[in-house]
Design a protein around this ligand. Sequence first.
Ligand SMILES: [Zn+2]
Length: 271
Amino acid sequence: MHIEGIVLHKTLYKEKDLIAHLLLRSGDTLTVYFYGGKGGGKKLKGSIVEMGFMLGVYLQKATRKLESQIQVAKEYELKWHPKYIRENYQAFCLASFYLELIAKISSEAHIDDVHSINNEGLFKVLSNALFYLDEAVGKKSFDLHQHLFIFFAKIIIELGINPDTKNCLFCHKEFRPSDLCLFDYTEGGFSCMECSSQKDEFLSENKSLLYEHQSAQELRQKLDQAYFTPYKEYETIQNLTQGLTIAEFNYLNYQFGFKEAGYKTWKSLSH
Ligand SMILES: [Zn+2]
């Protein structure tokens, strides 16, 4: 059987072998054993089983006894790999974060079901995210928060948990672009000023709360824009700040019950 997938994670095994988790085109993951996958040997062959690399793999036909066990790669080839990401430390950390997040939210494929298209959107988001990140580093236009913002927004859409950016959560009033609002993580949407319990007079006296409303308004507008922007046009979404990407991150974590401290790679992006 032939599969294609992006390496999310790899573990060295014995001296030269590797066990890797691949994100398949179906959006599910598969654990594959690569004999000699570490590379090296007499000819010092480099490894192509590297994080973020896309491989085409022929799997060994499983014997009855091994059916429920790990899949073994018979032959494999490199389909795509990032050329520039390693040149920029921050971009490299971002790529590692992409892989970690996708590994957390995807689920292991059943071997009879590796060609289904249940969650194919996750594969599309990750392959686009890595491709455009690599391209941006190559042409020296990499902007951490621009890339991270669109990545989160596309993940949120693919998972079907996108907050409604058009209408107030509670009274369903349609927002005008300039309308202030509050982002409600728990309800997964935005509430208008009338529905927010705070009064206007209170707001003008309370600068930190006003800021929160302005950032929520910005988040609403940028998310709205990201929903309708194809990945390849991500550069048209401008002025993305750390505050906005953190709001998306917190929202995703809330939805999944994840804790910030549970990530290995987030710290390298947020400090
Ligand atoms: Zn309202």
